[in-house]
Design a protein around this ligand. Structure first.
Ligand code: BGC
Length: 465
């Protein structure tokens, strides 16, 4: 993939861009793997280390503390050292975290290793969508960036199976002493694949131009779009960069201030509408409906498959229908589904399939809308010179909201109850609908430079070309 030449290529080289995007999206796979692996390991770790509820919660959520730190650093470091280098560093941290979580004799050492892995996840979750957005042609940017979300979901589903497979390999005593170590340790395999393949992908052309490496930027653009279009694109990027300041204060100018609000609020809404209450605690929720352990695990696997199928649907729709319409439909369906789930628990009608059906509907609606689109919008709405730092601010907000929801969900279940908890998520989904309607612009089909100019003009609702 490296060693690019300016040889004439006609039209978009979609194969090349897709290949590069798939490599970057392995970062999403690590994200899914690492956030979900704990679900299978924690039962055994609890017995091994005699963990009380507090320590158990900490063992689950310390990863997110690392991710907040990683997302926070990702911006400054990637604006300075480049997207590619920082992705490689994220892969290395992930690999260290995997091995480190597999071998520790004490829970404190485990927590340190998880935090290190979490830093890698925070960096890659921020930079993968951003990197793909910066290399992708406008027409296919939505689907290409959303490959990252597809990889997250594949990572989550894959680890459910890995966990089940490893746990079935030995006796309970072996599970408690060793199975959970394998669950974490096996993460080193995708981690190393990620690091190796990243060596071959090109640096982001927009970042190269910003660093004054116009020749290299042109070569990458030519490889993606053909030589003729590359020249035109490079001058568009140049012109936009010339009018931009390097200062983060740019974000507080009237035009861009709204971009910052959209990025941060969407990031928070993605989490506080409750997806990870379901992703991390699904078996627990299904048990509340009276399902046995086996049935609830099967229902959890069905939920994962549902997430995967509808993420694929989203990939197909995102550049055709547009981001805003999908966000609106998604949040409307999420609101209704959560209201029904709350109602079922409130009235005690949990014996049949009502809860399962509406949870599946909620997950499907999320997978089509807030799952992929929030990461996409965060990567495409900010000005190029400060894109890394601005995306990172939104990403920190997302991870902090994830931490808050996953910490408080079990507490909410025991205090206000299941129905009120789901109704709260439902009300927040309604807020997501109203917020999208009022403030989220449609970015379908626009180049990053066009998006940037439309903020500057305060012209948020310019129809896509
Ligand atoms: C979210 C994750 C979530 C996943 C579920 C992602 O977009 O950021 O927190 O676990 O979707 O599919």
């Amino acid at each position: 993939m490296n060693g690019l030449s300016t040889r004439q290529t006609v039209g978009t080289n979609l194969g090349f861009v897709t290949l590069v995007s798939v490599v970057a999206a392995i970062g999403g796979l690590l994200f899914g793997y690492d956030t979900a692996v704990i679900s299978g390991a924690i039962v055994f770790m609890q017995q091994k280390f005699h963990l009380g509820p507090g320590m158990q919660g900490w063992a689950v959520s310390c990863l997110m503390i690392g991710a907040i730190v990683g997302a926070g650093c990702a911006g400054v470091l990637s604006d300075r050292f480049g997207r590619k280098k920082m992705l490689i560093i994220a892969g290395i941290l992930f690999a260290i975290g995997s091995i480190g979580s597999a071998v520790p004799p004490t829970i404190s050492q485990f927590v340190i290793a998880r935090i290190i892995g979490g830093v890698g996840i925070g960096i890659s979750s921020t930079l993968v969508p951003l990197y793909i957005a910066e290399i992708a042609p406008a027409k296919h940017r939505g689907s290409l960036v959303s490959l990252n979300q597809l990889a997250v979901v594949i990572g989550i589903s894959a680890i459910y199976f890995v966990n089940m497979w490893v746990a079935n390999m030995g006796s309970l005593a072996w599970d408690i002493s060793s199975a959970w170590r394998w669950m974490f340790g096996l993460g080193v395999v995708p981690g190393c694949v990620f690091i190796f393949l990243l060596v071959f992908v090109p640096e982001s052309p927009r970042w190269l131009e910003k660093q004054g490496m116009g020749d290299k930027a042109l070569r990458v653009l030519a490889r993606i779009n053909g030589t003729d279009r590359a020249e035109a694109e490079l001058s568009e990027i140049r012109e936009t960069l010339q009018n931009e300041s390097e200062n983060l204060g740019l974000l507080f100018r009237p035009g861009f201030r709204i971009a910052l609000v959209v990025g941060i609020v969407l990031a928070i809404l993605q989490q506080v509408t409750g997806i990870n209450a379901i992703m991390y605690y699904a078996p627990e929720i299904f048990k509340h409906t009276g399902a046995g352990t086996n049935a609830s695990l099967i229902e959890t696997v069905i939920t994962g498959a549902d997430n995967l199928v509808f993420t694929l649907v989203s990939l197909w729709l995102i550049d055709r229908v547009g981001r805003k319409v999908l966000l609106l439909i998604g949040s409307a369906v999420m609101t209704v589904s959560l209201a029904v789930v709350g109602y079922a628990f409130h009235t005690g009608q949990t014996a049949g399939y009502l809860v399962l059906v509406f949870i599946l509907l909620f997950v499907a609606a999320f997978a089509v809308s807030f799952g992929p689109i929030v990461w996409l919008v965060m990567a495409e709405i900010f000005p190029t010179r400060i894109r890394g730092r601005a995306t990172a601010i939104a990403s920190v907000a997302l991870w902090a909201a994830d931490y808050a929801v996953s910490q408080s969900f079990p507490v909410l279940l025991n205090s206000v109850g299941v129905a009120s908890t789901f109704w709260t998520f439902g009300i927040l989904s309604l807020v997501a609908f109203v917020f999208t309607m009022a403030l989220v612009p449609e970015t379908k089909g626009k180049s990053l430079e066009e998006i940037e100019r439309s903020w500057g003009r305060g012209n948020l609702r310019t129809p896509a070309k």
